[in-house]
Ligand binder design. Structure first.
Ligand code: 9WO
Length: 266
């Protein structure tokens, strides 16, 4: 896959993609990143890329022409058709489903704004998709572009090793949050490892992990969980999780002297 980044700081996005699995993908030729600086396509001694906004107000707006010339150069650098994505808080929220769709393409061009944004006419004429990585304002689109590059790159065929691919369930295909993870030592002053993980019973471990994934999604991100769409087995696991929470609350209450009158066993 080829990704072109149009930005006043193209090296920033490239640096973000230089490490870890994404860096490995680039080394192995699974991903190629190219930066284009609108400053290099700006006219005049001052190489202006921004101007004051019509209608007044604070800040500056990025000029159409340096961005359009950069887009043209990026498009011409490879014959494959490229989708143009503008990263902005006004975009559609980035989801793993959207990441999967973008990751399947041959080419992407990511447009990063600075200042107060870019001239709306360029967005209308050239941008295919406007994407937001969250409801907050950054100082430019570059960090958002780096996020998108990372998410898309790790899905390229051959980037993840078998183990990583196998664990892609965690927000990969089932839309659930991940289960908790533990490693050595078994006993630590911060607590113990859940016994089931030490049992060697792989079916029980898988059930525990699924129960945790379902329970944590229900607790933390109920918006992600469509309980009606869960399998019968998943619904039972979620019920077990809720029951264990209720039990834990009862146990805590039993230890609190103020609650003992009500929870004390006869
Ligand atoms: C500035 C601003 C100030 C007050 C109220 C709303 C505001 N929006 C912006 C704004 O969108 N500034 C942008 C800075 C212009 C385009 C590039 N910048 C940007 C992109 N900031 N944050 C993003 C971004 C991109 C994707 N996902 C989240 C945020």
């Amino acid at each position: 896959m080829r990704i072109d980044v149009i930005s006043l700081f193209p090296e920033f996005v490239a640096q973000c993609a230089a490490f870890g699995v994404v860096g490995r993908a680039a080394e192995r030729g699974l991903l190629s990143l190219h930066g284009w600086n609108p400053r290099d396509h700006a006219e005049g001694n001052y190489r202006r890329v921004d101007e004051r906004p019509f209608g007044g107000g604070p800040g500056m707006v990025m000029l159409i022409d340096p961005l359009r010339a950069s887009l043209r150069a990026a498009r011409a650098a490879d014959p494959a058709l490229a989708k143009v994505v503008y990263l902005s808080p006004q975009g559609a929220p980035l989801t793993q489903a959207r990441v999967r769709e973008l990751a399947g393409r041959d080419r992407l061009i990511l447009l990063c704004g600075r200042y107060e944004g870019i001239d709306e006419r360029l967005i209308a004429a050239e941008v295919d998709e406007e994407i937001s990585i969250g409801d907050y304002v950054l100082s430019g689109g570059e960090l958002a572009a780096a996020v998108l590059v990372d998410a898309v790159a790790r899905l390229q065929e051959g980037v993840l090793n078998d183990v990583e691919s196998a664990t892609q369930d965690s927000f990969g295909d089932d839309g659930l949050l991940d289960c908790p993870h533990y490693t050595r030592p078994v006993e630590h002053e911060l607590g113990e490892v859940p016994a089931v993980l030490m049992s060697g019973n792989h079916a029980e471990i898988a059930r525990w992990r699924r129960r945790q994934a379902l329970g944590r999604t229900w607790q933390r991100r109920p918006d992600l969980l469509d309980e009606a769409a869960l399998s019968k087995a998943d619904r039972r696991l979620l019920d077990e999780y809720r029951a264990s929470l209720a039990q834990a609350a009862t146990d805590v209450a039993a230890e609190n002297p103020l609650d003992q009158a009500r929870t004390a066993k006869p």
